[in-house]
Design a protein around this ligand. Structure first.
Ligand SMILES: [Zn+2]
Length: 172
């Protein structure tokens, strides 16, 4: 079965979106006003045809979660230290101090682990949508004549303007 552009009904100038995307990224040396620059340049077209980034836990979440867990671990040391320095007769203030340390251990660990679990649950929920969007991205074509993208197995909308392609991917 041949694939035709829904706009011009021809197949001579259609290219896989994935190929146009990677073809639009150039690695090498570029000239700039400050002299040659090494790096990666991306055409506007290639940028518009980019796949959605894979859902992942952000550095910020790792940082917050790590801080709480580290503070919980420190509290464990403080609790052990307090336990070891107790005399035979424990008074009410010492008992209160121990309870506070224990509370702080539990609180920090619960919050730290909780933040991580919530973030990974959210990533897990986004994953099927991301996979469906990647499938769509892999099967879509770009027509160079009309400057549109189309999905051969999903014809609503039949022709997607390049600028709206990212929004189309987000619908999956
Ligand atoms: Zn066309």
């Amino acid at each position: 079965m041949s694939t035709y552009c829904p706009s011009c009904h021809k197949d001579d100038r259609i290219y896989k979106v994935s190929a146009v995307y990677s073809g639009g990224i150039e690695h090498g040396t570029f000239s700039s006003t400050d002299g040659p620059v090494h790096g990666t340049s991306q055409t506007v077209l290639s940028g518009n045809l980019a796949p959605l980034p894979k859902p992942s836990i952000s550095c910020f979440v790792y940082g917050c979660s790590g801080l709480f867990i580290a503070s919980g671990a420190l509290s464990v040391f403080w609790l052990l230290f307090s336990l070891l320095s107790l005399g035979n007769n424990i008074d009410f203030n010492e008992l209160l101090g121990l309870a506070e340390s224990l509370g702080s251990v539990v609180f920090s660990l619960v919050v730290g682990v909780g933040i991580y679990l919530l973030a990974s649950l959210s990533v897990k929920r986004k994953m099927p949508h991301w996979k469906a969007a990647m499938d769509a991205w892999n099967r879509c074509y770009y027509c160079d004549r009309d400057g549109i993208v189309f999905d051969p197995i999903n014809e609503t909308p039949p022709a997607i303007p390049v600028g709206s392609f990212n929004d189309y991917l987000k619908k999956w």
